[in-house]
Design a protein around this ligand. Sequence first.
Ligand code: NAG
Ligand code: NAG
Ligand code: NAG
Ligand code: NAG
Ligand code: NAG
Ligand code: NAG
Ligand code: NAG
Ligand code: NAG
Length: 461
Amino acid sequence: MASYSGAECLLLPLLLSISFSSSFGYLDGTTEPEVTFSQGNLRGKIMTTTHGRKVSAFLGIPYAQPPVGNKRFANPVPAGGWKGIRNATADGNMCPQLSNIDYVSFVGDEDCLNLNVYTPQISNRKNSSLFPVMAYVFGGRFMTGSIKSSVYSPAYLLNQDVVLVTFNYRLGVLGFLSTGDEVASGNWGLKDQVLALEWVQRNIRHFHGDPDRVTLFGHSSGSACVHLLTLSKLTIVFYEKEEWFDDFLENFDYLLPILMYWSYLPDSGAAWVKAAKSYYFNNIETMNRSELLTNLTLLVGDTAFKYPVYSALLYQFAAAVNPQYFYAFKYRGTWSSTYTCGKSLKDYGISHADDLVYIFPYADYNLTVALNKTPNEKDLQMREIMVQLWTSFATHGKPSTQFFRGNTTWEPYSEKDNLLQIGNKSEIVLEVQYFSLRERMKFWADLERSTLEAESNITIH
Ligand SMILES: *[C@@H]1O[C@H](CO)[C@@H](O)[C@H](O)[C@H]1NC(C)=O
Ligand SMILES: *[C@@H]1O[C@H](CO)[C@@H](O)[C@H](O)[C@H]1NC(C)=O
Ligand SMILES: *[C@@H]1O[C@H](CO)[C@@H](O)[C@H](O)[C@H]1NC(C)=O
Ligand SMILES: *[C@@H]1O[C@H](CO)[C@@H](O)[C@H](O)[C@H]1NC(C)=O
Ligand SMILES: *[C@@H]1O[C@H](CO)[C@@H](O)[C@H](O)[C@H]1NC(C)=O
Ligand SMILES: *[C@@H]1O[C@H](CO)[C@@H](O)[C@H](O)[C@H]1NC(C)=O
Ligand SMILES: *[C@@H]1O[C@H](CO)[C@@H](O)[C@H](O)[C@H]1NC(C)=O
Ligand SMILES: *[C@@H]1O[C@H](CO)[C@@H](O)[C@H](O)[C@H]1NC(C)=O
């Protein structure tokens, strides 16, 4: 795992323009913020950002009825209201899933369709300038994850004037089982996300959010996030049980489609295995272990993340009205997702989700505490940079930061294949670069195209 591979992601704006009139109200002079809106009264709690700003948190707000009984494997139904004051001071249930600690035990509850809202504390009722809203979709293979307020917290982002909304959605079988017909059409988890965004449209004004300026952002979304857990398992195995890699090589043709979720492809992905093998392991017999690991990392990174992101970018670029901003995150800070995934302090480079550490307190604190690592000045500066880029995008539609040098401008993506390189190993760097992996991306595009052609030939004839 010697190579430095940046996680390239998209900032994806979703500007919705339905607006509803309403009003907000906080009880002045109390430490417990309260909000009244169509569902009822909520009592939240105060949280403090890294800059010492007090913000209001409303946790576990139901946006859909519990998807149980005849609502299981069915479209979500908007939640009803409640009488009296509802405590919104603790996280709601997470959706049923396997624990991300041992991958074996079951956690969560089906009554999980709730969301969290974080808003800068406001005592001036007359202040009518609404804040832009940032709605976050967590990643986790569509099988795990939750909006746990200690992780997807306002600690960094709410140093700026934005409202943050996070929501749970059904995962795994309960979220995505489909029979391929009307009995169970599937995609329940995505429909939950849509309903949560509708809740934002209807209600976010009460939390001082502007329903006309909603930016949807996420990490590891779509097919890219499907591979996170596999990657982390793979990494654990590499270093705790060395002979595993030899087994892997011996059973490469069988294991690669399982690892990469290619089994749905024609002939269980045999053509892809053959092509990938000759492209990334062109002389597998003579490659030493470190070359093999390096190229396995390239292969997994390209097929799981880089190609999906790049091809999504090209589709967006061709079709979308809004501009796309493309970046390569290449900063290796004190905290890295590789510690969690690799269970080791070894420097494996920059990994998937390393950018997230600067937007949310995403690092595995137990591990970082155990490793006795505290963030340094550069890490804190990177946090400021990332928060400024993300919140300015949500506010003005254009990412910017005070840390840009005078001559740096992050232009929307264009045919030039321009991107912003954020970081250079342990250095703070913000520099316009040009995507350099076109040739490898072309390999995957060609493979995809030939598969689609072959498939459509089967369908047509
Ligand atoms: C609401 O939460 C507060 C703080 O967690 C707690 O003291 C109080 O008892 C709760 N009230 C209800 C009705 O659950
Ligand atoms: C409204 O609040 C924002 C953010 O706190 C502040 O910058 C602005 O001056 C306020 N406007 C009024 C009219 O109080
Ligand atoms: C590793 O993969 C790259 C990209 O396909 C390729 O150019 C290179 O030749 C491979 N290395 C070996 C030793 O096969
Ligand atoms: C593996 O092969 C490469 C290329 O021949 C070489 O640079 C590297 O030193 C080798 N690594 C080991 C551990 O032998
Ligand atoms: C940290 O470890 C403690 C004790 O094992 C556990 O109770 C706690 O949930 C862990 N925290 C996180 C954030 O995983
Ligand atoms: C931007 O300015 C720096 C000095 O501040 C200089 O080193 C760099 O070459 C400039 N870059 C461009 C693209 O002009
Ligand atoms: C990154 O650092 C390397 C040296 O480690 C240097 O050669 C390279 O030019 C730097 N790239 C950028 C974009 O700053
Ligand atoms: C699909 O059919 C077209 C037209 O008959 C042919 O040109 C193409 O080679 C076929 N593709 C594959 C992968 O068999």
